[in-house]
Design a protein around this ligand. Sequence first.
Ligand code: PNS
Length: 160
Amino acid sequence: MNRIAVVPGSFDPVTLGHIDVIGRAANIFDELHVLVVHNPDKSALLPIAQRVSLIEQSIAEANLPKNIRVTSWSVGLLVDYCTEVGANVIVKGIRSQIDVAYETPMAIVNRNLAGVETVFLLPSPANAHVSSSLVRQVASLGGDVAPYVPKAVAAFLQQG
Ligand code: PNS
């Protein structure tokens, strides 16, 4: 049986915390889809295509397993994508109880909608404080984001 999982998110931009969780998930599942999804509740910094490109560069930089595919989805429910590619698991990284509270309703809705289960993975404690919103704020004010993001992302944000 080919075990296919999806790691969805805004990835605006991808952080070392995301790469940590993506790498752990890639070691558990046969095929892993990293899916950039527009979140209407958040105002975006980067266009979707740019986020996809930065994730691809970051995965190469971290030398993650070759069973990872990066793509985007903007036409419907996350579970519609899962059904389309034959994935029955969604993977989310959990940093704190706040993440558990945020993720739990989505996990239950996704299970009710299509029987897709959500698996929560813990990042390394070194990445537990890293978030895309923090990176966006530090970058917008001219601070150094290098400790929190892959080199490709730091280079991209510094040039912009
Ligand atoms: O990185 P984020 O912004 O926390 O990711 C949230 C995201 C994009 C995964 C979530 O908003 C989502 O799944 N959106 C797709 C729309 C959908 O399926 N909604 C219903 C179930 S939550």
